[in-house]
Design a protein around this ligand. Structure first.
Ligand SMILES: [Zn+2]
Length: 176
């Protein structure tokens, strides 16, 4: 009989999840990372103002759902009156970052067994999977950013990790 049978109790799994959660918390081992979301090839209509259907520019009226309310008949602060916004956007998220490939989490997918030089791994909650997938580029912010101005491009699809569950995802990035 395998002496390790049933050694992974629900309590052990919970302990593991607590430990990872602490590592991933904003006061844990995370560093702020700027995620750049893919730029659509065309500009999209402003999400903050009413677009005039004829001229297709801003009607200078707040649409009541956008992020930046503004007084009637003033210039929309989001699109500047053009009615269009650039699709490029970025967001800063706190992610755990592994710089040393010795400590990288092994991917199940054999494609990523040979880590490229200067690659990093990020670990975060699986709730961020959509954001990570939508993101093609990442740069390090805060103190880490002072040592590294490098941008990383996403090298792998986010891979689920966990102790019997998939609460976390690990993603491989490579210097671009
Ligand atoms: Zn607008």
């Amino acid at each position: 009989m395998n002496p390790f049978n049933n050694i992974i109790s629900p309590e052990i799994k919970q302990l593991y999840n607590y430990a990872i959660e602490e590592i991933l918390s904003d006061t844990g081992l995370t560093i702020p990372c700027v995620l750049y979301y893919d730029k659509p090839s065309v500009h999209s209509f402003c999400n903050n103002c009413v677009i005039d259907p004829i001229s297709q520019v801003s009607s200078n009226l707040y649409n009541s759902t956008g992020p930046s309310p503004f007084p009637e008949n003033t210039i929309c602060p989001v699109c500047g009156g053009s009615g269009l916004i650039s699709g490029e956007s970025s967001e800063t998220l706190n992610l755990a970052v592994l710089f040393d490939h010795k400590y990288f989490i092994k991917f199940v997918d054999a494609t990523y067994l040979n880590y490229p030089n200067n690659s990093i791994q990020t670990i975060c909650s699986s709730s961020l999977v959509k954001k990570i997938r939508a993101c093609s580029k990442l740069s390090l912010s805060g103190t880490a950013g002072q040592f590294s101005y490098t941008e990383y491009r996403r090298e792998s699809d986010p891979q689920p990790i966990g102790f019997g569950d998939s609460n976390y995802i690990v993603t491989l990035w490579r210097i671009s």
